[in-house]
Design a protein around this ligand. Structure first.
Ligand SMILES: Nc1ncnc2c1ncn2[C@@H]1O[C@H](COP(=O)(O)OP(=O)(O)OP(=O)(O)O)[C@@H](O)[C@H]1O
Ligand SMILES: [Mg+2]
Length: 261
């Protein structure tokens, strides 16, 4: 059986100041239904560009993306609107509407797709409860902590009951304790509703905590992919080696004693 998300030979070049900048250089990726699949890479590796090509916020130059049997790159505008309903996105910088309340932020994707008001109310209230925001529905994002803002971001991504979520650095702006809470929430959503999650991050711990399989993105290519454990123990890419090295360093007795290295 073919994978749920199948990306083949995806290319994307930007032209800042008229000069070509190849950001995705032949990406091949398979994600199975129901898994949380990690993508790791350093800043500038092309992670967000890949995320944006999948949900078509950016237009890929060539290649194919199939999600649940749908050819994403050939969808018409109308078909894309329907598809976006099945595909949530969580952003590092939350991307909330500051002038709207938490309720309005969560309701927004339902409103633009014409869901009846009574159903919107019901779904927002259920989703707010799931992410622990029931008490904050009338607040504006400016009055929330980072963790609470990201809960709004997650609620907005799941309120349409998607099959698939792209999480682009969802926890990079959060402290370690809040990071764990948000990762637990993503795991809960994955397990409870079977939502497939593409977890893009530069935090190895976030991947170790949530994913079974991962891929390394380096210089616009997937340089290795497989079980998280294998990549940790025996990395074959430069990025994989560096991440594993930093991890080992943080585990070393000198470091954990707090005596510096
Ligand atoms: N719209 C754009 N126009 C021109 N260049 C872009 C555009 N978007 C991204 N880039 C460039 O593409 C490269 C990859 O950017 P991208 O945002 O995908 O990286 P990233 O892996 O998500 O990095 P980070 O970890 O910092 O979020 C960078 O060099 C960036 O400057
Ligand atoms: Mg990014």
């Amino acid at each position: 059986m073919s994978a749920y998300l199948q990306i083949k030979d995806l290319h994307k070049t930007f032209y800042p100041h008229g000069q070509p900048l190849k950001v995705l250089d032949g990406i091949d990726l398979d994600v199975e239904k129901g898994e949380i699949f990690g993508i790791i890479g350093f800043s500038g590796a092309g992670k967000s560009t890949l995320a944006c090509c999948i949900n078509r916020l950016e237009k890929a130059d060539s290649g194919t993306i199939e999600l649940g049997g749908t050819d994403i790159l050939s969808l018409s505008k109308d078909q894309l609107l329907k598809q976006r309903h099945k595909m949530g996105m969580i952003f590092q910088n939350f991307n909330l509407f500051d002038s709207m309340t938490v309720y309005q932020n969560i309701a927004y994707p339902l409103e633009i797709s014409g869901v009846p008001p009574k159903e919107i109310k019901q779904r927002v209230s259920e989703t707010a409860e799931l992410v622990g925001l029931t008490e904050k529905l009338k607040a504006h994002p400016g009055a929330l902590s980072g963790g609470q803002k990201q809960r709004v971001g997650i609620a907005r991504a799941i309120v349409t009951k998607p099959d698939f979520i792209i999480s682009d650095e969802a926890t990079s702006a959060l402290d370690p304790q809040t990071t764990i809470q948000i990762l637990d929430l993503l795991k809960e959503i994955n397990q409870k509703y079977g939502i497939t999650i593409l977890m893009i991050t530069h935090e190895l711990d976030a991947i170790r905590y949530t994913c079974n399989r991962m891929a390394v993105l380096e210089g616009g290519k997937i340089t290795e992919s497989g079980l998280v454990r294998d990549i940790f123990e025996n990395p074959h890419s430069k990025t994989g080696e560096l991440f594993a090295k930093v991890f080992m360093l943080f585990q070393s007795p000198e470091f954990t004693k707090g005596e510096g290295i």
